[in-house]
Ligand binder design. Structure first.
Ligand code: GDD
Ligand code: MN
Length: 366
């Protein structure tokens, strides 16, 4: 019960990263929109450097319904939101961006869709009748539409806006799903829907996406890779770790590099073992660079760590390369001189070793 003797009905989670110029106004707008609904607002900050935490603290000092969760080290939007949702006892939890781009006046409708009308999940949609992406540049609008269609095909969702970052959910439903969520990247809603294993009772409420007036978007190219990884994880992830899929995808483009170098060295007159060893060396540097950018973008090595990372990758992959060249030569002999067969057999054994060893040592989780 709060001071008015009412039970807490709704928690609004606001993920924030450098939103100092927006949070106070958002809190005021939320108070106005939610005057009829006993609520709390939980800001989840991942180490803002622009004073966001101080602004939220000042708000929270005079108002027990405003709270701040501080996390150390940026760990991503989805996990920030879930952490906020797990930190409340309100029966309905909602998420809204901290940059005033979501229209907070539909929050009561999202809340009532659940509390009164019995939905499990209520989503603010930019694509339903009456909703809009607002003044987006054509490129961003096109990317968003494309990603939405991709989600519809891969995940078979019925959501008109599966990439929405603005929704409410029954807390017990969310809690039941938490152990199954991937929490990769930005797409929490898609993660929730894909992890549910059954169609959730769904409501949609249209709104118009506003322009950002202060601060900047944190959506970058890494976010696009997060999206690819989430789709991989939610489709084949049950059988194979998503990172192994990405590692192998990088590796298979590495195979092309490898076989080209192998062929070149062969043409230059090298014997098989020497040519295979040379090809492995070139492919190793290529694979390290690409995996560091894509597969392990969440633990990307830079500066001095890039060089020690490359060194450890080369050492580990050299062990893999020994197995690779050994198995390759063995199969080469066995098949009576099959260059392609020998090359591919070596790569298969090498890849599994390389993935396991480098995920432990080169890109160790800190
Ligand atoms: N705690 C935390 N940690 N907050 C973050 C992080 C993070 O790593 N990254 C972003 N945020 C906060 C921002 O401060 C903002 O309040 C909110 O999350 C959304 O981030 P933006 O960077 O403004 O995202 P956007 O406007 O480009 O994307 C929005 O629209 C997408 C639809 O195209 C978001 O609502 C997305 O969820 C949505 O998919
Ligand atoms: Mn935004």
């Amino acid at each position: 019960m709060d001071r008015t003797g009412q039970q807490l009905a709704l928690a609004v989670v606001v993920p924030v990263l450098n939103e100092a110029a927006n949070v106070a106004q958002l809190r005021t707008r939320l108070a106005a929109a939610l005057a009829e609904i006993p609520h709390e607002v939980i800001f989840v900050d991942d180490g803002s450097t622009d004073g966001t935490q101080g602004v939220v603290e000042a708000l929270a000092l005079g108002d027990p319904s405003t709270r701040l969760i501080r996390r150390h080290g940026r760990r991503g939007l989805s996990s920030a939101v879930v952490e906020g949702m797990c930190a409340t006892v309100a029966p309905v939890v909602a998420v809204i961006d901290g940059d005033l781009q979501h229209d907070e006046t539909i929050l009561p409708a999202l809340y009532r869709a659940i509390a009164t009308d019995g939905a499990e999940l209520a989503v603010g949609t930019r694509y339903g009748a009456g909703g809009s992406t607002g003044a987006w540049d054509p490129r961003r609008a096109a990317i968003s539409r494309y990603a939405t269609r991709l989600a519809a095909v891969v995940m078979k969702t019925r959501l008109s806006d599966p990439l929405s970052g603005f929704f409410a959910i029954r807390r017990d439903v969310l809690l039941g799903l938490v152990p199954r969520l991937s929490l990769v990247g930005y797409k929490l809603l898609l993660d929730i829907v894909a992890s549910a294993g059954r169609p959730l009772d769904l409501a949609e409420v249209p709104y118009t996406f506003a322009e950002r007036s202060a601060g900047e978007s944190k959506l970058d190219s890494a976010v696009a890779m997060d999206y690819v990884e989430l789709l991989v994880e939610k489709t084949v992830g049950r059988w194979i770790p998503a990172k192994l899929v990405l590692f192998s995808a990088v590796g298979s483009t590495g195979v092309i590099v490898h076989m080209a170098v192998l062929a070149l060295l062969g043409l230059l007159g090298a014997d098989f073992t020497a040519a295979q060893a040379g090809a492995v060396g070139v492919a190793m540097i290529y694979n390290f660079t690409l995996n560091n950018r894509l597969t392990y973008r969440d633990r990307r090595l830079t500066g001095a760590a890039w060089w020690t990372g490359l060194a450890s990758f080369i050492v580990l992959c050299s062990i893999g390369a020994f197995a690779n060249v050994g198995v390759g030569s063995f199969i080469y002999d066995l098949s009576g001189g099959g260059w392609v067969l020998g090359g591919l057999a070596g790569i298969a054994v090498g890849t599994v070793w390389n993935f396991v060893a480098t995920s432990w040592l080169t890109w160790r989780r800190r």
